[in-house]
Ligand binder design. Structure first.
Ligand SMILES: [Zn+2]
Length: 230
C-alpha cells in the first residue's frame, strides 16, 4: 500500500464552513468542489506519495494550482482511513456486508476478518457485495465452493493481502482489485476471491469522517461521487 502524508496536504483559506468529501483528489472532484463553494476537500487518495519526484508540473501541477487559486484546503487520509475501526473504509464496508471484525491480518493489520454471519455461501456473499456497492457485480474467483465460516476483507488495491487472508483462515476474501496470481491461489487453496472495484470499495470512509467532522463543528458536508470503473 503506498504511503503519503496524512492530514492537510494543501493549505487554503483559514475559515472552513463547507466541506466536500470524495475518494480521490482528481481534477474532476476539485472542480466539482469549486462549483459547490467548498472551503475544504477530504479524500482517501491525496496528491502526494512517497517515491514521487515532487515536481508540481503537468496534471499534478494543475490540480494543486486549481486548489490554491480557489483557496481550498485539501485533507487526505490514506492508511489511517483504511484502518480506523469505526469510520474507516474497511469498517464501513464491513457494516454494509453484515461483518463485524474480530481479527486482523496482513501488513499493518489492515486486513479485517469476521464470522461470515448472513453470508454463509459464496452466492450470498456476492449478492450482498453487489447490493452494497450500487449494483456492481464483483469479479469472482470461486475457490472450491465450500460453505463460508469466516470472511476476510480489505478495501482498494489489497489483492496482495490474499495470502495473508488465507493464512488467517478465511474461506473468502473481498477486496477492490485483482491481479493474475490471485486466480491460481484461489484454485490451489480453495479460498474464494472477490474483486469488487477499488473505487467502489473505498467510497464509504471519507464521507464517514467528513460527516463526523461536519457534525462536530457545525459544517455543511456533501459527498461527491466521481464515477470510476476501476
Ligand atoms: Zn485506494
Amino acid at each position: 500500500m503506498p504511503r503519503g502524508p496524512n492530514g492537510l496536504q494543501v493549505e487554503g483559506r483559514a475559515r472552513v464552513q463547507r466541506i466536500v468529501s470524495g475518494v480521490t483528489a482528481s481534477l474532476a472532484l476539485i472542480d466539482a468542489a469549486i462549483a459547490d463553494g467548498a472551503d475544504a476537500i477530504l479524500v482517501h487518495h491525496g496528491l502526494f506519495w512517497r517515491g514521487q519526484d515532487g515536481r508540481l508540473v503537468g496534471w499534478l501541477g494543475e490540480r494543486v494550482r486549481r486548489l490554491m487559486t480557489h483557496g481550498i484546503n485539501l485533507f487526505a487520509y490514506h492508511l489511517p482511513l483504511d484502518a480506523h475501526p469505526e469510520l474507516g473504509n474497511n469498517a464501513q464496508l464491513g457494516v454494509r456486508l453484515g461483518l463485524m471484525a474480530d481479527a486482523h491480518f496482513g501488513p499493518q493489520d489492515l486486513g479485517f476478518a469476521a464470522p461470515a454471519g448472513i453470508n454463509t455461501s459464496l452466492a450470498a456473499l456476492c449478492a450482498q457485495a453487489q447490493d452494497a456497492l450500487g449494483g456492481r457485480a464483483p469479479l469472482v474467483l470461486p475457490g472450491d465452493g465450500r460453505a463460508l465460516a469466516r470472511i476476510g476483507w480489505c478495501t482498494g488495491g489489497a489483492q496482495g493481502y490474499f495470502e495473508a487472508a488465507i493464512a488467517a483462515g478465511v474461506d473468502a476474501f473481498v477486496t477492490g482489485e485483482v491481479s493474475e496470481p490471485q486466480a491460481h491461489l484461489a484454485r490451489e487453496t480453495g479460498v474464494a476471491f472477490l474483486a469488487c472495484g477499488h473505487h467502489a470499495t473505498e467510497c464509504f470512509g471519507a464521507p464517514a469522517v467528513a460527516a463526523h467532522v461536519a457534525e462536530r463543528f457545525g459544517l455543511v458536508h456533501r459527498f461527491i461521487e466521481i464515477a470510476n470503473p476501476a
